[in-house]
Ligand binder design. Structure first.
Ligand SMILES: [Zn+2]
Length: 60
C-alpha cells in the first residue's frame, strides 16, 4: 500500500505518528510502567500537517 503520496498531508515532523509513548524505565508502585506521552508540536497530535505547517517544513 502506498504510504506517502505527495498529496497526502501527513505531518513531516512525525510522519503521522503524532503521539509517542516513551517508557521511562521506572515503574509505578502499582506495577505499571511509567510512560511519557509526547505529542508532536507541529501537528498538535493530529498526525496531519496543515498546509502552512507543511510549507514551512519543505525547505529544511
Ligand atoms: Zn506531527
Amino acid at each position: 500500500m502506498p504510504q506517502h503520496a505527495q498529496s497526502t498531508p501527513v505531518c513531516r515532523d512525525c510522519d503521522g505518528f503524532a503521539t509517542a509513548a516513551i517508557t521511562t524505565g521506572a515503574r509505578h508502585q502499582d506495577g505499571t510502567r511509567g510512560t511519557l506521552r509526547v505529542t508532536c508540536p507541529t501537528c498538535k497530535g493530529t498526525g496531519h500537517a496543515t498546509p502552512a505547517a507543511s510549507f514551512i517544513r519543505v525547505g529544511r
